[in-house]
Ligand binder design. Structure first.
Ligand code: UD1
Length: 415
């Protein structure tokens, strides 16, 4: 398995170009199943999670041409049972279920994989598909699902705000008979991007981005083209890189509006922020101040940014607390930061960071995607040479991460 060898004590400065959003691209790729016609997608990031999604679509029979623009045609799909070894690799594979049912009336899918950051049940996906008319039988972590005819539009009140389940319901409702209303829907920018994409193909979805989404089912979708929105978590990660290294970074090809809660906390930490239509500049001249934060569904502070802010707090002035209200087990990286000298205490779903001036190098292990990026940044700002093991987690979700960091002044080599 590859490792990063990082020489630390660097200030990170310069320009970085942000890739397309992983979490918007993955569901959009699977939504291609909803139409027989070709879709053309731009700004798809080059990531292992995306490659697995494309392998899954190919396995089912879709035709794919992956050049500068990604072409997908799902007319030739003739298999409704993707293999366990691919399904297990990504959480996003659950989003195959609703499109396969909507278009072909059947699907057999194993429970999805993905980062081990908590229990991550799929009850909201399954129960709401049943509500919309599917027959679902779950045995030995395998979902056997079928539906006679089309899904039937319904009023759905989500018990809990879930990005994944909101996407599943949108996929089912798009080709349903009648109208579906999702109350207490997730409001993430990725949900808006999916709705915009489907509307270009002829879907009738309104209200995405608010907590109530209306979906009037249509008989079929046509082909179309779409550009994936910028990755807000990649942007946030580079902004933290600058803030933690007393650097000055400008992120281009991004969407400042999607990062408001993150920018507020960076300003609180002492950073100077400037924004334009599609760029964000962060300048940090001094040691940061600790911040307190709690994760929450969008527009709240994203759980996918809590590990990076924990790193910032480890080298800040004062004591900062971070509470994760979304996932119950997302602090695996804490032991690795403690190996690097950080002073952190965990109390249930909260960590308290007691800031120290600088971290020291260590041999650390990545355990999930966002934590991996955090450990790489920790290596860039610590004294000495850090070895980051298991970087396969990182390349699942960050395109050319070490290359982009090296252009900003980092010294990272793959061993
Ligand atoms: C997605 C993102 C992930 C992000 C998360 C929250 C992708 C591939 N992943 O994950 O990066 O951290 O949103 O912004 O886009 N829940 C249930 N039952 C369900 C589904 C979810 O109880 O059926 C719970 C989860 O355990 C969690 C909460 O709902 O506590 C939110 O999860 P959800 O928004 O669904 O996250 P994902 O879609 O898995």
């Amino acid at each position: 398995m590859d490792k990063f060898f990082i020489i630390g004590n660097k200030n990170l400065n310069g320009k970085v170009f942000i890739s397309g959003s992983k979490n918007a691209a993955l569901p959009i790729l699977f939504m291609s199943i909803l139409t027989k016609e070709t879709i053309k997608i731009k700004n798809v990031p080059n990531l292992t999670d995306i490659n697995i999604a494309l392998k899954l679509l190919k396995y089912l029979g879709a035709t794919i041409k992956n050049e500068k623009i990604l072409f997908i045609n799902s007319d030739s799909i003739n298999n409704f049972s993707p293999p366990l070894y691919l399904i297990k690799k990504i959480r996003a594979s659950i989003w195959l279920l609703a499109p396969l049912l909507a278009r072909f009336g059947k699907a057999k899918i194993f429970f999805p994989g993905g980062c081990k950051i908590g229990k991550r049940p799929i009850d909201l996906h399954i129960n709401n598909l049943i509500k919309l008319g599917a027959k679902i039988h779950v045995k030995n972590n395998c979902i056997n699902a079928s539906i006679k005819g089309r899904f039937k539009g319904k009023y759905i009140l989500m018990k809990k705000i879930s990005v994944g389940a909101t996407i599943t319901i949108i996929a089912a409702a798009t080709l349903a008979e009648g109208t579906t209303i999702i109350e207490n829907a997730a409001k993430e920018p990725e949900i808006v991007d999916i709705a915009n994409f489907l509307n270009k193909l002829g879907a009738k979805i309104i209200g995405a981005g608010s907590n109530k989404i209306f979906i009037k089912g249509v008989l079929k979708l046509r082909g179309g083209r779409h550009r994936i929105i910028p990755d807000r978590i990649e942007t946030g990660t580079f902004l933290v890189a600058a803030a933690a290294s007393k650097g000055n970074i400008t992120c281009y090809n991004t969407e400042p509006k999607h990062l408001q809660s993150v920018l507020i906390k960076l300003i609180e930490a002492g950073a100077k922020i400037r924004t334009g239509k599609d760029w964000i500049q962060l300048d940090m001249k001094k040691r940061p101040n600790s911040v307190n934060l709690c994760t929450a569904p969008y527009p709240g502070f994203p759980t996918d940014m809590q590990a990076q802010f924990a790193l910032l707090n480890t080298i800040s002035k004062g004591i900062g607390s971070i509470t994760d209200n979304i996932f119950e087990n997302r602090f695996h990286y804490v032991s690795e930061l403690i190996n690097m000298g950080a002073k952190i205490k965990i109390q249930k779903n909260t960590i308290m960071c007691y800031g120290i001036p600088i971290l020291s190098s260590a041999n650390v292990v990545c355990m999930d995607l966002r934590a991996s990026a955090t450990l790489v940044l920790a290596g860039c700002i610590s004294t000495g040479t850090t070895i980051v093991n298991n970087i396969q987690h990182l390349i699942r979700g960050y395109e050319s991460f070490h290359i982009k960091l090296n252009r900003l002044g980092a010294d990272i080599k793959i061993i």
